[in-house]
Design a protein around this ligand. Structure first.
Ligand SMILES: Cc1cc2nc3c(=O)[nH]c(=O)nc-3n(C[C@H](O)[C@H](O)[C@H](O)COP(=O)(O)OP(=O)(O)OC[C@H]3O[C@@H](n4cnc5c(N)ncnc54)[C@H](O)[C@@H]3O)c2cc1C
Length: 359
């Protein structure tokens, strides 16, 4: 690698463990921090010119990197900038997401307040259609600016092009687009939030589900919920040394759902009633991955050595300090296989596994 990008931040021997919230992963082959669109594109072209695999890195909060590291070029997106006009919040990809949410709340703009406290950078939010507590970014993203590696040009994708669905989009598992900015259309509702959809948040605020509440109070209620579940980053709390939820909630076809209920009736969950499913528009049913994990015998804190389920939330796999990625993947496979054997449901990981790590 030449490191030929002007003004570039090429670094060598960078350990990716220091750049992921799991604190796992070996060295990057080459590493570049891009603080502008121009240097980002130049670094990508440089890697492509050398035939190197490319990993785009945000805050490393949804990424699992092998102990051996990444055998190619890692480009960290550090482009900053944010403007707000008539409710349109235009955010450069390298802005810290929670600071963006805090700014929207301070400006009295509703639409992303329930996404408070999610780690990572703004540019990654469209990748898996980040969501929590009844909101996801598909509700507010109107445009995404991206570098299209297939054509070598900058492009603008509208909401339809993004093909958002539950924890998925046109970007996830597709290295074609590198997001440089995201545009959110938010609403001025006189300081109030969008309708509160999540029961625990509504209860904490003392409002009915579907009611609005002051934006700042909604943000604080969400942050408190997240803190209690170990879903707010905290250096001192190993329950937060994670990639957030490790598995998505499975969406079952009617046949799969009937088989799941049959197994529960036959005692697979030790007598527990199956969880209430959430009906999708296409007739499929979404069920709770956390429930499946718990009722397959993997309680909070389950694990051995230096990896374990969070003591606050069964969905998070955590590094207790000194863990390796191979230990983490082994625990994840044990949980996946245990759930499949008990309930006939295959869990799918939510974080991205950087090549050459396989699942
Ligand atoms: C404690 C904790 C709680 C979490 N809670 C939630 C939650 O409630 N809801 C939720 O949805 N997620 C949650 N997550 C997951 C994670 O925070 C989000 O997915 C976040 O958007 C990832 O951002 P990042 O910048 O860290 O991305 P990274 O982890 O750096 O990257 C993730 C993926 O996106 C790609 N990528 C990153 N930036 C770009 C870009 N600019 N262009 C193209 N590709 C890019 C990467 O190549 C990689 O494939 C949580 C994680 C943790 C650790």
């Amino acid at each position: 690698m030449t490191g030929s990008v002007e003004g570039g931040g090429w670094r060598h021997g960078v350990e990716l463990a220091g750049l992921t919230t799991l604190r796992l992963g070996g060295p990057a082959g080459h590493y570049f921090e891009a603080d502008s669109e121009q240097t980002l594109i130049a670094a990508i072209r440089d890697a492509e010119g050398h035939g190197e695999p490319l990993l785009i890195l945000g805050g490393g909060s949804n990424l699992v990197v092998a102990d051996e590291g990444y055998p190619g070029t890692v480009v960290k997106v550090g482009i900053r900038g944010l403007t707000a006009q008539d409710g349109l919040l235009s955010v450069a990809a390298g802005e810290v997401w929670d600071e963006v949410v805090a700014r929207s709340v301070a400006e009295g703009l509703a639409g992303i307040e329930c996404l408070s406290g999610i780690p990572g950078l703004a540019g990654a939010t469209p990748i898996q259609n980040v969501g929590a507590y009844g909101q996801d970014v598909s509700q507010t993203v109107v445009m995404v600016d991206a570098y299209d590696r297939a054509t070598g040009t900058m492009t603008v994708l509208d909401r339809g092009d993004c093909k958002f669905s539950y924890r998925h989009s046109a970007f996830k598992g597709n290295a074609r687009y590198v997001v440089t900015a995201v545009h959110f259309q938010l609403e001025d509702l006189g300081g109030l939030s969008k309708p509160v959809r999540f029961r625990d948040v509504a209860e904490a605020l003392g409002v009915e589900i579907g009611a609005r509440a002051p934006l700042a109070e909604v943000r604080e209620a969400v942050l408190a919920q997240r803190r209690g579940r170990g879903m707010l980053l905290d250096e001192a709390d190993h329950d937060t040394w994670s990639a957030g939820s490790f598995f998505t909630n499975p969406i079952l076809t009617p046949d799969q759902h009937a088989e799941f209920e049959r197994r529960c009736a036959a005692g697979a969950a030790d007598g527990a009633a199956p969880p209430t499913g959430y009906g999708e528009a296409d007739g499929r049913v979404k069920i709770s991955a956390a429930w499946l994990i718990e009722h397959a015998g993997f309680g909070k804190g389950y694990g051995s050595g230096q990896v374990a389920l969070s003591t606050k939330h069964t969905l998070a796999l955590t590094n207790r300090g000194g863990a390796t990625t191979s230990e983490l993947v082994k625990l994840a496979a044990e949980v996946r296989d245990g759930v499949a054997a008990r309930f006939g449901v295959t869990l799918v990981p939510e974080p991205v596994f950087a090549d050459p790590l396989t699942w």
